[in-house]
Design a protein around this ligand. Structure first.
Ligand SMILES: NC(=O)c1ccc[n+]([C@@H]2O[C@H](COP(=O)([O-])OP(=O)(O)OC[C@H]3O[C@@H](n4cnc5c(N)ncnc54)[C@H](O)[C@@H]3O)[C@@H](O)[C@H]2O)c1
Length: 267
């Protein structure tokens, strides 16, 4: 059996209803894992789980607002009872609200801090509680936190988003250290995608053009491609395959790492 196989593993993907999260849930299922899609978008999340089930895999939807501690408790205990355990958590849910500093709206700043930072911190909390020895799942596991190339570069119009994603990197490293020191058996890593043409990615291109930072969304995308040694945008599968690696035994001696999956843009 390949070390990248996930047969028998149980995974929960936040923000799995669409975009990168949906692609990651599909990739986990293809690698053999049973998957829970956890999202605030119920209809879309159920449809994504249905479509994964049609391929023969085990997939369920659980409602989750990552900013809410009680919602996490419920989602994790549902995941463990539906799947019979939990070994993999992908903290993928995130929001991006583009703004120049001079226009910053405190409500938007708080929203990004809430979803991107508090949401990931609570995810790590509940994964550790469940996966560490004596927890309801109790077999250790792998947590993958989705940050962004924005954590490593300075792209205009996304200052607060970028700060939250740098924070996700730091959360991941301290979590990896705590887990190791306390013998939880949980690896924690951070995946940094480059720009991908999901709804979020394309909205960003439109927003930076609307702010006057680029003549058009196409110029913004062209600039990103120009800054990328591999010369193209990322694809959902690029991120999903790298995430499967971090979830699998293939990465068994990797923890606290930041893995750029950005065609070299952030180096
Ligand atoms: N698309 C890109 O170019 C890109 C690049 C780098 C990093 N990322 C990161 O990848 C992740 C996924 O991005 P995407 O492009 O698929 O975005 P998306 O907007 O297409 O999907 C995000 C998903 O997260 C869910 N979500 C939002 N708030 C939530 C909450 N409070 N609780 C639970 N779920 C919630 C949404 O309902 C949605 O299904 C995000 O963390 C994003 O910051 C994306």
């Amino acid at each position: 059996m390949s070390v990248y196989e996930l047969t028998g593993r149980k995974a929960l993907v936040t923000g799995g209803a669409r975009g990168l999260g949906a692609g990651m849930a599909e990739a986990l299922a293809r690698a053999g894992a049973a998957v829970i899609i956890a999202d605030i978008r119920e209809e879309l999340g159920k449809a994504t789980a249905d479509s994964i089930r049609q391929s023969g895999a085990t997939a369920e939807f659980v409602p989750l607002d990552v900013t809410d501690d009680a919602s996490w408790e419920h989602a994790i205990s549902r995941a463990i009872s539906d799947l019979g355990g939990l070994d993999i958590l992908v903290n993928n849910a995130g929001v991006e609200i583009t703004s120049l500093f001079v226009d910053l709206d405190p409500a938007d700043v708080r929203r990004m801090l809430d979803v991107n930072l508090l949401g990931v911190a609570l995810g790590i909390k509940h994964a550790f509680l469940a996966m560490r020895p004596g927890g309801a799942a109790g077999q250790g596991g792998s947590v993958i936190n989705v940050a962004s190339v924005a954590a490593t570069i300075a792209f205009p119009g996304i200052a607060v988003y970028s700060a939250t994603k740098s924070g996700v990197d730091r959360l991941s490293r301290v979590a990896a250290m705590e887990s190791g020191k306390l013998g939880y058996g949980v690896r924690v890593n951070c995946l940094c995608p480059g720009l991908v043409a999901t709804e979020m990615g394309m909205q960003l291109a439109q927003d930076v053009a609307a702010l006057g930072l680029y003549p058009s969304p196409e110029h913004a995308v062209g600039d990103v491609i120009g800054l990328t040694p591999l010369g193209r945008l990322g694809e959902v599968a690029d991120m999903a395959d790298a995430m499967v690696f971090l979830a699998s035994e293939g990465s068994r001696f990797i923890t606290g790492a930041l893995l750029p999956v950005d065609g070299g843009m952030g180096m």
